[in-house]
Design a protein around this ligand. Structure first.
Ligand SMILES: C[S@@+](CC[C@H](N)C(=O)[O-])C[C@H]1O[C@@H](n2cnc3c(N)ncnc32)[C@H](O)[C@@H]1O
Length: 324
């Protein structure tokens, strides 16, 4: 019996995901210690990301994607429901059939910070340090905090290292009638060196022309390069991709980022990993991943999602939410 199982029964059992316990330092996976070492195994850390980042070697990660809590001032939660046919059910469906709804469980994490930028700053400084000289950071946020985060990132990376603000536009959910309904997220792209960074333009998935008749059949069949505005559906509530983890991001968004800004064999880091979307996309594209989260539920979800891959689990520091 592993010690973590008694303390954190929510975590997945040992299987293809290999578990190590806190203090098991001699057996910790070797982190890439210098640019050029490409033996980094897939690793999932359970704990506050700041001390874990601080323990990582400089210039050891090629690409970082992060999707921190957006500081919405709430608890982000998703309740999963299961509906089954039942004559005594509480819902009426197609052709008047009765259904009963049962709650499978709720997954949640706190998203409320007294000083959001003070929380982010030391983590982004570490992110800058661990990036390779040709590395990139994608910072996913929304309209409430993006302006403050842009100023913070300009300060850490330098304004000249800002490449893009990507607008991820979607169309789902209720629409307020009191203002323009907000239906987009913002993804800020920074590189460490604006003179030399990875951008594989030919590997990016192409999208259909809006007016294919205007460009000729060959071009229309090939599609066009996406711009900095990405139309992409959210993770559909009925899709196979859906894990039930709140704020799960679509694999399509992560695949586009990883294809464009890393090479096969590179190391991709997500230190607010949630359901592990970055790890799944990285593995599918032949990159290795480092995922960090301090929520036991996130670890359980990503452990299950990545169970077929060789990966090492490390409980590195006492998990403690930095959200107030
Ligand atoms: C918006 S969610 C990420 C969702 C993820 N992109 C996905 O597709 O599932 C943010 C995550 O950051 C984690 N988190 C918040 N503070 C953290 C900290 N100090 N250290 C590690 N993880 C943290 C939360 O537990 C949550 O899972």
């Amino acid at each position: 019996m592993y010690r973590y199982q008694a303390r954190y029964p929510a975590l997945p059992p040992p299987g293809a995901v290999h578990y190590r316990q806190r203090g098991d330092r001699a057996a910790l996976p070797p982190l890439a210690s210098a640019r050029g070492e490409r033996s980094m195994p897939n690793t999932i850390y359970y704990g506050d990301n700041l001390p874990i980042l601080a323990a990582m070697p400089s210039e050891s990660v090629d690409l970082i994607y992060i999707d921190p809590p957006f500081n919405t001032g709430t608890t982000q939660a998703r309740t999963q429901l299961k509906t089954v046919r039942s004559e005594t059910g509480d819902r009426t469906g197609f052709q008047g059939r009765r259904y009963e709804t049962t709650t499978l469980g709720t997954k949640s994490f706190a998203d409320r910070f007294d000083d959001y930028l003070a929380f982010l700053r030391p983590r982004l400084i570490e992110a800058y340090r661990v990036l390779t000289p040709t590395g990139s950071l994608y910072f996913h946020i929304d309209y409430r905090e993006v302006h403050y985060c842009k100023v913070l990132l300009d300060d850490i990376f330098g304004r000249e290292c800002f490449l893009n603000e990507i607008i991820w536009a979607y169309d789902y959910g209720a629409r307020t009638r009191k203002k323009w309904p907000a239906k987009h997220d913002n993804i800020l792209l920074y590189v460490k060196d604006p003179g030399c960074y990875t951008f594989n333009v030919d590997d990016i998935d192409r999208i259909p022309y809006m007016a294919p008749g205007l460009v000729g059949p060959e071009k229309a069949a090939r599609g066009k390069l996406p711009t900095d505005t990405w139309w992409h559906t959210i993770v559909s509530p009925n899709s196979k991709e859906k894990t039930g983890y709140p704020t799960q991001k679509p694999l399509g968004i992560l695949e586009r980022i990883i294809r464009a800004s890393s090479h096969p064999g590179d190391v991709v880091l997500d230190f607010f990993a949630g359901s592990g979307t970055t790890g799944v996309a990285a593995a599918q594209l032949g990159r290795s991943f480092i995922l960090i989260d301090n929520n036991a539920e996130a670890l359980r979800v990503m452990g299950a999602r990545l169970a077929d891959l060789p990966a090492t689990f490390v409980e590195r520091h006492s998990p403690r939410s930095m959200a107030s």
